[in-house]
Write a protein that binds this ligand. Sequence first.
Ligand code: NAP
Ligand code: ZN
Length: 335
Amino acid sequence: MATFHGWAAPARGRPLEPYAFAAPKCGAMDVEVDVTHCGICHSDVHLIDDDWAMSTYPLVPGHEVVGMVRKLGSAVSNLEIGERVGIGWQSGSCQDCEWCQGAAENLCAASSATAVGRAGGYADRIVVDSRFAFAIPDALDSAEAAPLLCGGATVFSPLLRYRASARTRLGIVGLGGLGHMAVQFGQALGAHVTAFSTTASKRDDAREMGADAFVPLNDAAAMSARANSLDLVLTTASADLPWPSLVAMLRPTGTLCVLGAAPNELHFPAFPLITGNRSVSGSNTGSRAEIVAMLRFAAEHGVRSHIERFAMDDVNAALERVRSGQVRYRVVLEA
Ligand code: NAP
Ligand code: ZN
């Protein structure tokens, strides 16, 4: 039996340790991939800390994977040995329910996640359902592409769903891994982009990435000056946010779409929702079709994750960059 080598948290919140484990079976529809790169999404930190009460240990995180196909299951027809692929948050679905049949596998109740109850991408190899391994366009660098697989897909999906275009006044809250890609996608779609951030030193970067305006999130006066000004706001912070101010930011029919895993309940008044037909929604990663479209769009429009590269062996130092909010703007582990 072959052995894979990775990095695992032995228990909740603990530093990662080298971890050898038996290679998972490569089923008929699966592929085995040699991992070359893996981004560190803040969801990895949530999983290591068991913030969502779904983690099992030892836990091998990682769901922004790029690598080369080394083995094909007997029924795989969409990929080839040696092909460069990316793997995101989702690793499987039932393929049969109304959501899977309707090109919305990310909403399948039987969905499996790449690093929940199975080993993720902080490892030398990974086995995944071939339908959730996506060919990476040649124009994309592997390291810069890795964060697109989760972070990029997660922000691109609601931009498609809410038809972001040159007519859209778009707000992006939080300039981290997700947020910095959201600014770029929004700009490339022609939207007028306002970036909201708690970090004043990110102002110039936000402009360079395509933001038309920058608003300090903790400046109440600057926030209220923006009331009734935006059609779509995506929140990407793993934090409690000033929800009433963000709802107040919406124009009539506007939508506040929650992407970041805020630790506590969201509170906001009903009246702005009622009087302006405003909505508050959420969004869960991206469907397979959206991930394919996102990769193609990123290649065509030069959307790139701004990355800090770390060797896989330095994973704990890399995780600390994410936990402490120092990273600009995504860590990518290299095998
Ligand atoms: P990240 O790189 O750590 O970025 C989060 C950003 O949030 C920070 O850079 C910071 O931006 C802002 N922030 C941090 N603390 C804050 C605070 N106390 N108040 C306000 N803003 C704060 O994280 P990420 O990888 O982008 O992930 C962000 C969140 O999205 C996580 O909760 C993650 O689990 C979630 N997520 C959800 C999905 C989904 O499918 N919906 C997919 C992937 C990730 P500024 O410095 O600009 O303020
Ligand atoms: Zn993620």
